[in-house]
Design a binder for this molecule. Structure first.
Ligand code: MG
Length: 276
């Protein structure tokens, strides 16, 4: 194995690869160059709603093959489950897929509109409630999720991002839904996505390595991506192609002492001495 193969690149999506699914200039070429040089590139996203195949297709449509290389916060949440456990899902299809992929059981979904009689069966003996972004969240969802937690289920959030940026402005994120359910349940949730440990566990399982100190994490947000790099002991490259500009990025580097600030993914390619 070459040294380059030992240096995986963990890459955030929004603000690094694309902005509202429009590719950021040079990102497609940069990822191709990193791979050609022998780096494994994994896309590490807090998006919990979409199924993995959908996210892979979005990347493929931009010219980035990504089958087997997309890690989501739903997948991270599922690392906390054991086969056969009964899960109540307050989230989207990505959460359902991840729960089933580890052999756990989706007992019900809080937005399935089922009758109180049906809920007596589906919502009994729940081991875990998993919460992710979904637009159908309402009072009934919150009631069912919190009842299961009060009856003994653990509360897992795919991520605690309070907001999510869209082309028409910021909307409430999965973290806001999680906060509502946690308040109603009277417990502190376990959070799976960046910057927390379960996402690191998913990276380790995917790469089949136990030490992530040789990895680079590339992201546009210090509070999630940079803090995640710190959690898993990886190196961090902050790009100024997303939520912060160059001056803001340098200020964060001064404050938090991480490795590098680059304009975009091409900047990381250059830093690693790879020529395109
Ligand atoms: Mg981002």
């Amino acid at each position: 194995m070459t040294e380059a193969q030992l240096t995986p690149i963990l890459c955030d999506l929004d603000g690094v690869v694309w902005l509202s699914h429009e590719p950021i200039g040079g990102s497609v070429e940069a990822i191709a160059a990193l791979r050609a040089a022998g780096h494994r590139v994994l896309f590490v996203t807090n998006n919990s709603y979409a199924k993995v195949a959908q996210q892979e297709e979005t990347l493929a449509s931009l010219g980035i093959p990504a089958v087997g290389d997309v890690l989501t916060s739903s997948g991270a949440a599922a690392t906390l489950l054991k086969p056969g456990q009964r899960v109540l899902v307050a989230g989207g299809p990505g959460v359902v897929e991840a729960v089933e992929s580890v052999g756990a059981i989706v007992a019900g979904r809080t937005d399935d509109g089922s009758s109180p009689e049906a809920q007596l069966k589906t919502d009994a003996n729940i081991d875990a409630v998993i919460v992710g972004f979904h637009r159908t969240f309402n009072f009934e969802s919150m009631r069912r999720a919190s009842a299961a937690v009060r009856a003994g289920a653990i509360l897992i959030g795919t991520n605690d991002d309070a907001t999510y940026p869209t082309s028409t402005g910021v909307i409430p994120g999965g973290g806001s839904i999680l906060a509502a359910i946690a308040t109603a349940s009277g417990v502190a949730p376990i959070v799976a996505g960046k910057p927390f440990r379960p996402m690191g566990e998913l990276v380790k399982r995917t790469l089949k390595i136990t030490d992530l100190s040789s990895c680079w994490m590339v992201g546009d947000r210090y509070s999630t991506d940079g803090a995640f790099a710190k959690t898993i002991g990886a190196k961090f490259a902050l790009v100024s192609s997303g939520v912060v500009d160059r001056a803001g990025a340098e200020k964060l580097q001064h404050e938090h002492k991480f490795e590098i600030v680059v304009d975009d993914l091409l900047g990381l390619v250059k830093h690693l001495g790879i020529t395109i």
